[in-house]
Design a protein around this ligand. Structure first.
Ligand SMILES: Cc1cc2nc3c(=O)[nH]c(=O)nc-3n(C[C@H](O)[C@H](O)[C@H](O)COP(=O)(O)OP(=O)(O)OC[C@H]3O[C@@H](n4cnc5c(N)ncnc54)[C@H](O)[C@@H]3O)c2cc1C
Length: 478
């Protein structure tokens, strides 16, 4: 339905849902609504390739839902700094509503847009919803930002239960857009020839959109949350919630997750799970207070770290050809699914920055382009954690052993055999260290190292020693 009352613009960004959407509620309460999404490739952190695949399908789902409610989604491309004020003015809107973003560049952009709108007598009204608490809400007893996760998570838990999620609207009043929008295909978010369709298999693993996010949450809360603490570290079992891309694109709110999981009791697996959601909150807290997080080490001495950037090494890691089966399985899962299990993200990250001495920013950039859940705060904080250069990070001298990690967390080799099928017939005892297997065993498994599967790109002990030497060189500089 369309009316001629003063309309409101609803600017959708990383909040592609209808439930628990404060900005949508506020806009709808004011009268007719024009929902708009703008693809702005001038953003310094515009989505990478895999995230664009997700975005395409998420916009499709949301567009269908909004049209069904009576307020079709307008799709545009261009610089939001220019498009939003022009569109709001052409619409005759009295306000623009949006959910708050916390990336430093997005905060600056919103401030600029608010000023441009104010100059035209239009208000930009930002609403909470991407996090359980505003990232700047909590402070230590000394009034400082938290630099350690555990006290931060305790303070978050002490805030108690968040308010219940808002219901999805059952109808909206739409309004005629002052300009024609683009067809979804015209946003060109999917891989196109001559580039091969590297995302061809994503749809086997994912269905973007709010409906799937809700269904996945429901199933996880009912069947797996209680045993999450026991199961979460085993990549071959795949028993984590896999909600990360849904959360990144705002197809589900953290409040909805809390209220689906917590009522059965904040203990055991459910508590461990909500503490993971609090790691996400911590990442936003850290990014808020340290906007340099995506680019520069939070421990300033790491600016001097003697990295040894090497294109060939980086490419071998990206392509899952390091010779360490658990690492190669992870990197190939990333390529095939646009996602990687958390335990394996830590192992592949450690090999890259420690054994291979590659700058963490190069690993983070690859993740940014290949993860469907690529999230500036979470990606940067975790890469700094892996590299030992962040706050509350795993110390650099703690070096993951990719062989032992594989044997501990993929003891039956289910994960490695799936993603590294050339090692399928190597017995469990040698699967995570094929280069140490007797010739007879390898021959029996049909594997010739160096032909079917690489030798380790760097020897574990030598890589470890080199990483520690680099660290002591850094200490000498300090
Ligand atoms: C090097 C590295 C890079 C990472 N990059 C990203 C990223 O770009 N985007 C991203 O969402 N997560 C990132 N993570 C965190 C974590 O690996 C993923 O959130 C998790 O694997 C997603 O799977 P899930 O939804 O099944 O997680 P679950 O285990 O089911 O956890 C539930 C939710 O909690 C949050 N969460 C869990 N662990 C973390 C964590 N360590 N830091 C922040 N939030 C967390 C996520 O939102 C996740 O969806 C990274 C981790 C590492 C080690």
């Amino acid at each position: 339905m369309t009316t001629h009352a003063t309309p409101t613009l609803l600017w959708l960004r990383q909040d592609l849902r209808l439930s628990d959407h404060a900005a949508l509620h506020a806009a709808a309460a004011e009268g007719p609504v024009l929902p708009v999404f703008i693809l702005d490739d001038s953003d310094p952190w515009a989505p990478g390739g895999a995230a664009r695949w997700w975005l395409h399908h998420s916009l499709k789902a949301l567009g269908t839902a909004l049209a069904g409610l009576g307020a079709p989604l307008l799709l545009l491309r261009g610089e939001a700094r220019r498009v939003i004020p022009d569109l709001a003015a052409a619409l005759g809107a009295r306000a623009v509503h949006a959910s708050r973003l916390y990336e430093p560049w997005a905060r600056q952009r919103d401030a600029d847009i608010a000023a441009a709108l104010t100059a035209r007598g239009i208000a930009l009204q930002l609403h909470s919803g991407a996090t359980l608490a505003e990232p700047h809400r909590l402070r230590t007893g000394q009034g400082q930002p938290y630099s350690v996760y555990t006290p931060f998570s305790r303070a978050m838990l002490a805030l108690g239960e968040p308010p219940p999620p808002l219901p999805a609207p059952t109808a909206l009043t739409g309004t005629k857009p002052p300009q024609e929008g683009l067809a979804l295909e015209a946003l060109r978010l999917l891989p196109r020839p001559p580039v091969p369709d590297w995302a061809a298999r994503f749809a086997e693993y994912w269905t973007p959109g709010e409906a799937t996010a809700q269904a996945r949450l429901g199933e996880f809360a009912a069947r797996h949350a209680a045993t999450y603490d026991r199961d979460r570290d085993f990549p071959g079992q795949d028993l984590t919630s896999r909600l990360s891309p849904h959360l990144h694109w705002g197809e589900i709110s953290p409040r909805s997750i809390w209220h689906a999981v917590a009522p059965a009791g904040l203990t055991g697996g459910r508590l461990t799970y909500l503490k993971e959601i609090l790691w996400r909150e911590f990442a936003y807290h850290v990014l808020w207070h340290s906007p340099q997080l995506p680019e520069r080490p939070l421990r300033a001495e790491y600016e001097q770290f003697p990295w040894q950037p090497d294109e060939a090494l980086l490419r071998a890691w990206q392509q899952g050809r390091t010779g360490y089966p658990i690492v190669d399985a992870g990197m190939r899962q990333l390529w095939q699914h646009g996602w990687m299990h958390n335990r394996v993200r830590m192992i592949v990250g450690s090999l890259l920055v420690k054994h291979m001495l590659q700058p963490w920013q190069n690993g983070a950039a690859w993740f940014w382009d290949t993860l469907v859940d690529a999230d500036l705060a979470a990606n940067a904080m975790n890469w700094q954690w892996v590299s030992g250069c962040g706050i509350d990070a795993s110390p650099y001298f703690r070096i993951f052993n990719p062989i032992l990690q594989g044997e501990k967390f993929d003891p039956e080799g289910r994960y490695v055999r799936h993603f590294v099928p050339e090692l399928r017939n190597v017995p469990d005892g040698w699967l995570h260290r094929p280069w140490q297997a007797p010739d007879l065993v390898l021959r029996g498994a049909g594997v010739v190292l160096g032909r079917d599967y690489p030798h380790p790109i760097v020897d574990h002990d030598a890589g470890r020693a080199r990483a520690l030497a680099a660290l002591s060189a850094l200490k000498a500089v300090e």
